[in-house]
Design a protein around this ligand. Structure first.
Ligand code: RIB
Ligand code: CA
Length: 317
């Protein structure tokens, strides 16, 4: 039986790996891709989603979403990580199949009512589209089955600031709305994504597969890998968004703890995820009705990478 997924993304190189994984997984049915600003401005991230469906030979519709955070102006886009085009400067021609679809949050609302308690969202960019869904229709939280979020950090510090992970930092008000909602949430933050590395030899292996996707993923990742080499002296890259997609299909590779997640909107700590673990005694307990969510604390990294390589070999086109 296939599981219905809406894939919310800001492609982005690691987003591309995650999307290819979800699109090819035999038990996952991606019913739509929603785009958001983040790694690049919204027009580029939406173009990239079209490029990715073309390259993965999928027939899935793309729905353009938020161009900026809920309450703030856009910040600087990390072109030095993902390239000017968001896909490692491959400079792919503008895709021809771009359609004028309904807005991303309207699409999510429509499908949530069409398939009540069946829709899972994998969200690997800023959470603005999901917050827009909740703001437009607060009752919807009862019929969305789950959200798996790549974002936040518990004990791992930050990547965009000393304390904040980029997706949450990019729209902290939106993230707070989502973490406060009653939707069942799984958070895949830096505590686990900083433990999963895609190495140069994994990328070489992908390129050797008898499909076009592996070579494409190699092409887009060389810019990203160069960034990791130059700034962190790593021989490969973190596998952020794909780790979240794999947590969705294979939660048994992870250890989760339950907790309430709060998002800082303060200047210095903007986007920090502050977690009150349910099993822990806190001297200053937080008086807040929000639900405990699943927060990934540990990961079996090798299993995550091997699962990606297995799906790539067996099913990617
Ligand atoms: O912090 C990692 C996240 O930020 C990933 O989703 C990556 O694509 C960037 O958006
Ligand atoms: Ca992303």
């Amino acid at each position: 039986m296939s599981i219905k997924v809406i894939f919310d993304t800001d492609p982005g190189i690691d987003d591309a790996f995650a999307l290819f994984y979800a699109l090819s997984h035999p038990e996952v049915e991606v019913i739509g891709i929603t785009t958001v600003f983040g790694n690049v401005p919204i027009d580029i991230s939406t173009n990239n989603a079209y490029i990715l469906i073309e390259k993965s030979e999928s027939n899935i519709q793309v729905f353009k979403g938020a161009s900026k955070p809920l309450l703030r102006p856009n910040g600087n886009f990390p072109y030095f990580i993902h390239g000017d085009d968001g896909l490692g400067n491959i400079n792919h021609a503008r895709p021809e199949n771009i359609k004028d679809n309904i807005e991303a949050s309207d699409f999510i609302i429509d499908r949530a009512y069409r398939y009540p308690r069946e829709i899972n969202i994998i969200a690997v960019g800023p959470l603005t589209n999901i917050a827009n869904v909740i703001n437009k229709d607060p009752k919807i939280v009862e019929i969305i089955k789950s959200i798996t979020i790549m974002g936040g950090s518990w004990f791992a510090g930050g990547n965009i600031s000393p304390v904040a992970e980029a997706n949450i930092y990019n729209d902290p008000e939106a993230a707070e709305i989502v973490f406060k909602s009653k939707i069942p949430i799984t958070m895949i933050g830096l505590d686990v994504t900083h433990k999963v590395f895609l190495t140069a030899s994994h990328i070489k292996y992908l390129a050797s597969l008898k499909n076009n996707s592996g070579k494409f993923l190699q092409d887009i990742s060389s810019f990203y890998v160069k960034f990791y080499k130059e700034t962190k002296n790593m021989n490969g890259c973190y596998f952020h968004d794909a780790t979240a997609a794999i947590a969705f299909t294979n939660p048994e590779f992870f250890i989760f703890k339950k907790g309430k997640v709060f998002v800082s909107q303060d200047r210095l700590t903007r986007g920090q995820t502050v977690i009150f673990e349910s099993e822990k005694f806190h001297e200053t307990p937080i008086d807040d009705e929000r639900k405990n969510i699943n927060i990934a604390k540990k990961v079996q990294s090798k299993k995550v990478i091997n699962k990606f390589l297995e799906i790539a070999e067996k099913y990617m086109k």
